[in-house]
Design a protein around this ligand. Structure first.
Ligand SMILES: Nc1ncnc2c1ncn2[C@@H]1O[C@H](COP(=O)(O)OP(=O)(O)OP(=O)(O)O)[C@@H](O)[C@H]1O
Length: 296
């Protein structure tokens, strides 16, 4: 399947500081990709590189098979920037007219139907909309462009839990209906858990984990058993995190094969467990692999 996003040793520096470095990923099309990481991890930087709003300092990036940024490419990518930008003085209807004027592939029927379904008053100015309504308007503008890839930077950060759920539900429906790929960032794993089938974890400007969620969950395990030194685990079990009490050890490991040691109770992880294990992986445990632990 065509790659929606490919990066090879991609890096971006602001002044002397790397905001993103050594980023090598290959994301196939047709996924809802969750980009997760703490504040300042480099999420916005990666999204802006993908949309051609920033130029790399090092390495290469290709989006939908070509370098991002030129006019033809911009028509294929929808970008909803952080804080769901809308024009405060324009009404909902004026936003749609502006979208139609700026985008050759504009789907007016989709935009109007969506605004109608959401119950947004076309005559209302954006400044009079709630944060959730503004986010829905920004999503509508992104979708009506009929992009092949929709990029959303923290789209639900300012919304309450109900508006958040509504927004993500709308996004999921639109994704299924229009067969588009989606790349969205969040620092809330619970949002991604309901939405994404592909995950990229960024920590300290580097990709720590990337892959299809099902595969990542199938290859990561929680092992609980009698206290053991991590060095005594088999070489093909990569230790992501380790905790010990006097008598007991709990490891989160990545292993391609089954865990056969009868001493362990083997537990499955949720996406949240998985992400937290990589986020907490501050100090090296052992056998630390290169920054990108799982790549497809
Ligand atoms: N225009 C800029 N000039 C200088 N430094 C910048 C600029 N934009 C971002 N940075 C720095 O680059 C790093 C990565 O920032 P980025 O906005 O990509 O992170 P993020 O993961 O999106 O964070 P957040 O979750 O807070 O939005 C941060 O240390 C940030 O301070």
């Amino acid at each position: 399947m065509t790659a929606v996003l490919q990066a090879q040793d991609l890096g971006k520096k602001y002044g002397r500081r790397w905001a993103l470095r050594d980023c090598t990923i290959d994301v196939p099309a047709g996924h809802v990709v969750g980009l997760v990481g703490p504040n300042g991890a480099g999420k916005t930087t990666l999204l802006k590189l993908a949309c051609g709003q920033l130029a790399p300092t090092s390495g290469r990036i290709s989006v939908l098979g070509g370098p991002p940024g030129d006019r033809a490419h911009l028509a294929r990518v929808g970008f909803v920037a952080q804080d769901t930008p809308t024009y405060a003085g324009l009404t909902v209807a004026e936003h749609l007219r502006l979208g139609a004027r700026l985008n050759s592939g504009w789907d007016a029927a989709l935009a109007e139907e969506r605004i109608d379904r959401l119950g947004l008053d076309p005559g209302r100015r954006a400044s009079r909309l709630s944060a959730g309504e503004r986010a829905q308007l920004a999503l509508t503008l992104g979708l009506a462009k009929r992009p092949e890839l929709l990029v959303l930077d923290e789209p639900v950060a300012a919304l309450d839990p109900l508006a958040r759920r509504e927004f993500l539900r709308g996004l999921m429906e639109a994704t299924a209906e229009h067969e588009l790929s989606v790349l969205l960032s969040s620092h809330l794993v619970s949002d991604l858990e309901r939405t994404c089938d592909y995950l990229i974890v960024l920590v300290d400007s580097r990709v720590r984990l990337a892959g299809e969620v099902d595969e990542l969950l199938a290859t990561h395990h929680r092992l609980t058993g009698p206290r053991r030194d991590p060095d005594r685990l088999p070489a093909d079990q990569y230790v992501v995190s380790a905790r010990h009490t006097d008598r007991q050890s709990t490891f989160i490991v990545r292993a391609e094969g089954p865990i056969l040691d009868p001493a362990w109770t083997v537990g499955r992880l949720t996406m949240e467990d998985l992400v937290l294990a990589y986020l907490e992986q501050a100090a090296p445990v052992r056998r630390r692999r290169p920054a990108l632990a799982v790549v497809r």
